[in-house]
Design a protein around this ligand. Structure first.
Ligand SMILES: [Zn+2]
Length: 157
């Protein structure tokens, strides 16, 4: 008799890479996305660090771009289920794509003395890049927007 085996989704084949299990794997996935995004002539150093080593511990990823030299330093936050409680899923691949999109589109500075207008523009640009990154992930893995939710909706009975 044939046994029923439930299909377990394979990370990176059926579902996005949620957590890179090595820096090598992260570099491999990054190089695929760099090709797709037309960033082949960029030199990007990648790192995965715990939250307290990020320049802002609230961030899941950050990138410093040197546009003239086409160089960047990209950091992804290490996954720690203890410190991650948000309403969207933790997904290294989606964060990676978001950060790479920054290399395509410079965003305004974030330093002190920021005006309301600059703050607004920044938030808008990050939101736009996030939508684009998520859309690319959705297309690659045939996912819906719902997939990014990190919670179950409660029915109000
Ligand atoms: Zn951003």
């Amino acid at each position: 008799m044939k046994k029923f085996r439930p299909k377990i989704p394979i990370q990176g084949k059926d579902i996005p890479y949620m957590v890179f299990n090595s820096l090598d794997q992260a570099y491999e996935v990054m190089s695929c996305w760099m090709n797709k995004l037309g960033l082949q002539d960029w030199i990007i150093r990648l790192d995965i660090k715990p939250a307290h080593k990020m320049s802002d511990p609230g961030r899941v990823g950050e990138i410093s771009c040197y546009y003239t030299e086409r160089c960047a330093m990209l950091t992804l936050r290490e996954y720690d289920p203890e410190d991650y409680e948000t309403i969207d899923k933790f997904c290294h691949e989606a964060v990676l794509v978001h950060e790479l999109l920054h290399a395509k589109m410079p965003t305004a500075g974030k330093d002190t003395g920021e005006t309301y207008e600059l703050g607004f523009l920044n938030s808008y640009n990050h939101q736009l890049l996030n939508d684009m990154a998520n859309a690319l992930i959705m297309v690659k893995y045939n996912l819906s927007k719902e997939w990014f939710k990190n919670f179950e909706e409660r029915s109000n009975e």
